[in-house]
Ligand binder design. Structure first.
Ligand code: B12
Ligand code: SF4
Length: 454
């Protein structure tokens, strides 16, 4: 079978490979003998469609919305081979995937995709699969059957483990490494992003139940030996010296973190070391863990603080973290010589310009080394999205991002820019900021990302 895998997230622009698609491709190539090809440009895939039996698309909600409103989606819908869409976007609103694809797979794609490919293999005229009754027996599908939308049983896979990635699949990996946005304050950084776990037990209102809708309730962890093997492969073949763990909360399981760190530390004897960075939660990190992480090369720990207002953080956002945990985790991180990074959101319900300025002042004078500021956007498939009746991703790329604050869209955007300037140009951080911006290469990518995010 000849299968094209297409990333609609535009991940190359951010230096971020589509881990979900990579794990799917690796899962399949470990079990079947197909000709698989990865495309990060949809135009290229469209131009080459005749070379494939199946086209497989992956998208988050916002890129999906952008794509279905483009001419390319129309062209695709007329291409006469079977097209399958999956990922966080189609999982939450499958009907949007059906605008250009024949079949949407909800949630973890490994097993249903494997079953569809096996079924397609058995059918002489590949396209006839859409008329096959057997399709109805495969779980987690949404497709059109006799002009009606048909949904099969929704199943989760608590026993499914993330696959070891075959990085050879991405032929232009160097382009991602070149744009990789983290640890750019360390000279000579060459990095790549990983995800070592799936799902999250917490219940933040702006995020859940999306993550559990994709992965189910039970957390699953990737084998740390598999990650290490991947890292060593990338080091040998691509001279990687850094990585980012995109797990929602990498520090959720202390024993696992310590085991992973010990394995990294044991590589030091062979002269091999990595700089790395991870996401954490302020109530899941402790001194022993931070000490090990730092020894193992961790340079930066990222915490979702969201807002400095404890009451709103816990009532509106349902974050479930206290101010004292925030202070404690920042101290622990810095004491162990790692940088503390905070994620913040502006535009909370009822927030006016004055509240926002107060918030920015307090964040800027905090002990954090780094911070980002987003605009709170209720998304479909989240508790907050339900509360505000949001059932489309389509406002995101326009100026109105489902603004639920008391500020106008323009003042919200300007406040965000002001927050970045106020935080990074404080005298205590200015030296670091200047150091980061002094490299033309870094400045170029930072500006590009910044402009792209407005
Ligand atoms: C890493 C990450 C990113 C990276 C980019 C990753 C990339 N290259 O695609 C960065 C930092 C750039 C990013 C940006 C954004 N992200 Co993001 N991101 C994540 C994160 C933390 C991990 C993704 C991941 O790799 N997971 C591990 C892999 C294995 O899972 P997966 O990709 O979902 O793939 C599995 C299934 O979805 C499915 N699948 C995936 N593709 C396909 C395709 C087919 C055909 C099939 C059958 C199945 C299938 O099978 C895979 C394996 O089981 C997730 C949260 C999470 N826990 O997953 C959020 C998440 C995906 N991001 C999210 C959001 C909102 C964003 C932003 C809009 C944030 C912002 N405000 O700017 C942007 C959008 C970027 C854009 N392109 O426009 C939301 C998406 C919500 C939604 N319903 O779409 C998530 C779920 C976080 C959340 N809970 O809010 N993100
Ligand atoms: S925001 Fe982070 S901690 Fe909260 S539910 Fe989402 S992934 Fe979990």
């Amino acid at each position: 079978m000849r299968i094209a895998f297409i990333d609609l997230n535009n991940g190359k622009r951010f230096g971020e490979t589509n881990i979900g698609l990579l794990e799917l491709m690796s899962f399949l190539s470990q079990r079947r003998n197909d000709k698989i090809e990865f495309f990060d440009e949809v135009d290229l895939a469209i131009n080459h469609w005749r070379e494939f039996d199946l086209m497989v698309f992956s998208a988050m909600g916002f890129p999906l919305e952008k794509f279905i409103n483009s001419k390319k989606a129309k062209i695709l819908s007329h291409i006469p081979i079977t097209k399958i869409a999956g990922g966080p976007g189609p999982t939450i609103i499958p009907e949007k995937g059906l605008i250009f694809a024949d079949i949407v797979i909800r949630g973890e794609g490994e097993i249903p995709l494997f079953k569809i490919i096996n079924l397609t293999d058995k059918i002489k005229l590949k396209r006839e699969i859409l008329k096959s009754n057997e399709l109805k027996g495969i779980e987690n599908l949404v497709f059109k059957f006799n002009n009606e939308v048909y949904k099969t049983n929704r199943l989760y896979y608590p026993e499914l483990k993330p696959s070891k990635i075959d990085w050879n699949i991405i032929k232009n990996l160097e382009e991602y490494i070149k744009r990789w946005p983290y640890l750019d304050y360390i000279k000579g950084t060459r990095g790549i992003s990983f995800v070592s776990s799936r799902s999250c037990p917490f219940n933040c209102s702006f995020c859940q139940p999306t993550v559990r809708e994709i992965f189910g309730n039970r957390m699953k962890f990737k084998d740390s030996d598999a990650i290490l093997e991947e890292l060593l492969f990338l080091r040998k073949n691509y001279k990687i010296n850094s990585f980012m763990l995109h797990d929602d909360t990498f520090t959720i399981n202390k024993n696992r973190v310590i085991e992973f760190c010990d394995k990294l530390i044991s590589l030091h004897k062979k002269g091999i070391s990595f700089n790395w960075i991870c996401n954490s939660r302020v109530d899941t990190i402790d001194e022993e863990m931070a000490f090990k992480m730092s020894k193992a090369g961790c340079k930066e720990v990222r915490f979702g603080v969201e807002t400095i207002d404890e009451e709103k953080r816990n009532s509106v956002l349902n974050k479930g973290i206290k101010d004292k945990d925030i202070e404690r985790s920042i101290k622990i991180t810095k004491r162990n010589k790692m940088r503390a990074f905070g994620f913040f959101m502006l535009g909370l319900p009822e927030q006016n310009f004055r509240d926002a300025l107060k918030e920015i002042r307090r964040i800027s004078s905090s002990n954090l080394d780094l911070a980002t500021f987003s605009i709170l956007t209720p998304m479909p498939g989240t508790y907050l999205g339900d509360k505000y009746n949001v059932n489309s991703f389509n406002n995101y790329y326009k100026s109105n991002r489902n603004n639920i604050s008391k500020m106008s869209n323009l003042s919200l955007e300007l406040t965000r820019i002001f927050a970045i300037i106020s935080f990074y140009f404080r005298p205590k951080r200015f030296k670091n900021t200047f150091k980061q911006l002094s490299s033309m290469h870094t400045l170029f990518y930072k500006l590009r990302r910044f402009i792209g995010s407005i």
